[in-house]
Design a protein around this ligand. Sequence first.
Ligand SMILES: Cc1cc2nc3c(=O)[nH]c(=O)nc-3n(C[C@H](O)[C@H](O)[C@H](O)COP(=O)(O)OP(=O)(O)OC[C@H]3O[C@@H](n4cnc5c(N)ncnc54)[C@H](O)[C@@H]3O)c2cc1C
Length: 462
Amino acid sequence: MDRRILLRNLLLGIPTSYLFPSMFSSCTKTDLLEGSDFKGSVIIVGAGAAGIYAAQLLKNRGIDVTVLEASTRIGGRILADDSFAGIPLELGAEEIHGKNSLFYDLVNFCFPDRLLPEQGEDAYWFENQLRSETFILENSDLQGAGQTLFQINDSFGSYPGSDMTVLQYLTEFPVEDRFMEIANALIANEYGTSLNRMGMFALREAEAQYSSGLDGFFLREGSVWDIFEKAFPEAIDAVLLNQVVNKIDATGLKVAVTTSGNQTYSADRVLITVPITILQEGFITMLPALPADKLAAIQSINMGNGMKIMLRFSSPIWTEETGSIVGGVVIPEYWVTTKGKGTTAHVLTAFVMGEKAEALNGLSEQQIREAILTELQLMHPDEDVVGKCIGILVKNWADEPFIKGAYSFPNPESTGQREILARPEQGKIFFAGEATNFNGHLATVHGAMESGFRACKEILES
Ligand SMILES: Cc1cc2nc3c(=O)[nH]c(=O)nc-3n(C[C@H](O)[C@H](O)[C@H](O)COP(=O)(O)OP(=O)(O)OC[C@H]3O[C@@H](n4cnc5c(N)ncnc54)[C@H](O)[C@@H]3O)c2cc1C
């Protein structure tokens, strides 16, 4: 997730209610609650960012931890491809959001030289031409319409009106139709959805609390997974793969966790970190049944389709200055993934979420390639876009059987529900994962880690 619009909020000084403390005193040492007496065992379901970080925190305190992961690999929505372009390309999480973030801290301790500030400038696809931000903001023919859009983006965290979808709000404001694709890219695509699926109150709830900071960073070399592998070795050792949990029984003294292979594990506490989609489909039977408000919270938080498509070119079709291209009809956001990474490969990432991702869902790789290259050719009329494209790699997160989408987003029904989702049940069942983050950091790696931290505190205090 890219937080371009949110950075503006912070520049305007919108209050942040939650600052996460720095907890890394080295790459491999993290400190947690002082003085807890909890000596029991814990099963963690899911080995993504939340589950792995929580497992390491508990391991650091000598607690017996087992992590049960359904798939054949650790990392969940952290996944890199090493073969397409000769450098790791992030198919899931990529950007490090702000310096006031657990994940920034971690990278800074483990691999400080790898922090690469966001590269290049945004180009906007506007009225069939690529335009600079200065053009959008300052062109007198636009009579401030571009500024209006950016000002609206700046003010979601203090929105005073009634609840409606973000599309309704923009239409009523009004934001001119010709800016809607840019608005969709800047606001909705980055949140993993489309404008008509986001709610103003839910968006306000997230943005008013977002506190991780102004700067965006990428990794100059290596991958997000490398950081986890280096920092959390004991947690990774505690993972059992191919363990598809389908039942959690908390009716006895211990919690019994059963897998589809009919293996049963027991522990004093269980921490569930699976994506919201997996909870929604009721794949995991809970005994006793979860309370009605928890079940309602689970159903109220949406997570949509999302794809990352890597396009490799023999030489750049973009200009020296280009960092991102914003506002495409097929693909709302493209960025030059290889910029600043000391490689001779030229890769453009196409990032598409929500309705636009659904539109590509049933297409073959060849059809997706054609749709994207047609759009890029329109944007770069003087380049031989098709001739220069030497490869495509499609990652469709809806196809991941134990993830089923990209990340949760602020849909109207989700307002106030994340805290209920995160609440422990019966003193034995705990919840973490990006969708449980109610401090404005949903849909991020550091938000998932924060949720793991919160759940560990709850376990230690239980
Ligand atoms: C395309 C894309 C781009 C992104 N870009 C960024 C970015 O730039 N910056 C950023 O900070 N974040 C980004 N994110 C979001 C970030 O990746 C996630 O918020 C974070 O990784 C989620 O971690 P998690 O632990 O909550 O969930 P997950 O990583 O999904 O982990 C949950 C785990 O549970 C497992 N599981 C599911 N069901 C079961 C079961 N029944 N039994 C056992 N295990 C089960 C899954 O296999 C999975 O491994 C992006 C995500 C995507 C998809």
